[in-house]
Design a protein around this ligand. Structure first.
Ligand code: GLC
Length: 417
């Protein structure tokens, strides 16, 4: 189930905007007249698109689901819809791309979520002009009508969620419309019972979607799926985009997932159907790191604790220390914990580190306070492993005792002197 078993996914922004290769909101941001913009559909022909290659990249990175843009703000539909001609069947490609994606996912055991934009810069009855990511005014000849637009959306939901594309695990609406309408999500659920719905549609939905951002705080109290792209200028394909560093992305994945959130990492395939080389390389490297440290995130729980300046997760008998991509020192004291683990390793490479309960001078809180021993970790390879966030794994005989001390509910720390 998504949010439990499937936590790391690939967001895929793909549409005719990959032809211009500027930005998925090209029409709006550069004020391109609709007829001019639509010309991209006449040449969109991704002959190098190979869903199995995409799936290999996804699986090798340890990702377990895909969120695919069925219709972005431009209104172009990446599936065989009978409710508008502005769709993939009317391009030189002439094949239902969504069907290829859905079948590929099914073949490779990858779950599928669908992105669907509420703004629609093409459909004649679309509404909400002048708003966020909305055209300033209707295109010539359009007849905005909220009820007719919602009927169009319901019809398209019927196609997308009615069974042709198999089980759809989540619906990612984008850009909330002005007027709320609970019936829209009810309708979606009637088509795909058990589907997760995000918070950018006609009502609050099931999960939050922080975008390009790690919100402050500790454990997420609501289902959360953060999204970020490998590149910073655009979600769709952009020639010479600016790429985030791998360390930045790994650190962001670690921050979100250790707090219980899901993570969607985006790519924008080009007009030929290829995921840019730099995106593939970075995803492969991130996936390599993720594969080595995944047990500290997948199936692990965030540990609330106020004293240790690093995030902690727990799974079975293991406590994990996450350094956020910035380990300050080769050693530190895990105050208030005064128990030694039976094993302490750097999860990234399996190297052992030293972990002893001992007095160290920095635990001395003041001349009047008794000296106390705490678990002291040492020999952490902070100058050797600098290209990826370091995660430590400590194995304890009694993890519950550890958790109870960390939560402040345990026995008071033993005074030895
Ligand atoms: C924003 C953008 C959109 C992108 C989305 C991804 O809503 O408008 O272009 O698809 O973020 O979360």
């Amino acid at each position: 189930m998504l949010f439990k078993d499937e936590r790391f996914g690939m967001f895929i922004h793909w549409g005719i905007y990959s032809v211009n290769g500027w930005h998925e909101q090209d029409q709006w941001r550069r004020h391109i007249p609709k007829d001019e913009y639509m010309k991209q559909a006449k040449v969109f022909n991704p002959t190098k698109f190979d869903i199995d290659e995409w799936m290999e990249l996804i699986k090798n990175a340890g990702m377990q689901y895909v969120c695919f843009t069925t219709k972005h703000h431009d209104g172009f539909c990446m599936w065989d819809t009978k409710f508008t001609d502005y769709n993939i069947m009317n391009t030189p490609y002439k094949k239902d791309i969504l069907k290829e994606v859905a079948d590929g996912c099914a073949r490779h055991g990858i779950k599928l979520a669908l992105y669907y934009s509420c703004p629609d810069w093409n459909y004649k009855h679309s509404v909400n002009f002048g708003g966020d990511h909305q055209l300033a005014k209707p295109n010539d000849g359009d007849e905005p009508d909220e009820e007719l637009y919602k009927e169009y959306i319901r019809n398209q939901m019927g196609e997308l969620l009615g069974g042709k594309y198999g089980k759809i695990d989540a619906l990612f609406w984008d850009i909330p419309p002005y007027n709320k309408d609970e019936s829209m999500n009810r309708f979606v659920r009637s088509l795909q019972p058990g589907i997760f719905i995000n918070d950018r549609g006609y009502s609050r939905g099931d999960y939050s979607t922080p975008e390009r951002n790690v919100p402050a705080g500790s454990r997420f109290t609501r289902l959360t799926e953060a999204c970020q792209s490998v590149s910073s200028q655009s979600w769709g394909y952009r020639k010479d985009d600016d790429y985030f560093s791998k360390l930045f992305l790994m650190s962001s994945i670690d921050k979100i997932m250790s707090r219980g959130g899901n993570y969607l990492l985006n790519v924008g395939p080009d007009a030929f159907g290829e995921i840019p080389k730099k995106a593939r390389e970075n995803i492969a490297a991130i996936g390599d790191w993720f594969g080595r440290i995944r047990e500290s995130l997948m199936g692990a729980e965030f540990v609330e604790n106020s004293d240790i300046p690093y995030r902690l997760t727990v799974r079975d008998d293991y406590l994990y220390v996450h350094f956020d991509g910035l380990a300050m020192s080769s050693g530190f004291s895990m105050r208030p914990l005064d128990l030694a683990p039976i094993e302490a390793i750097v999860l990234n490479n399996g190297a052992e580190i030293s972990a002893k309960v001992e007095y160290i001078p920095s635990n001395f809180m003041g001349a009047s306070e008794p000296l106390r021993p705490y678990l002291h970790l040492n020999n952490i390879p902070v100058d050797e492993i600098t290209a990826e966030p370091i995660i430590l794994r400590l194995k304890f005989k009694d993890i519950n005792e550890v958790l109870s001390i960390l939560s402040g509910k345990g026995q008071s720390i033993k005074e030895i002197l």
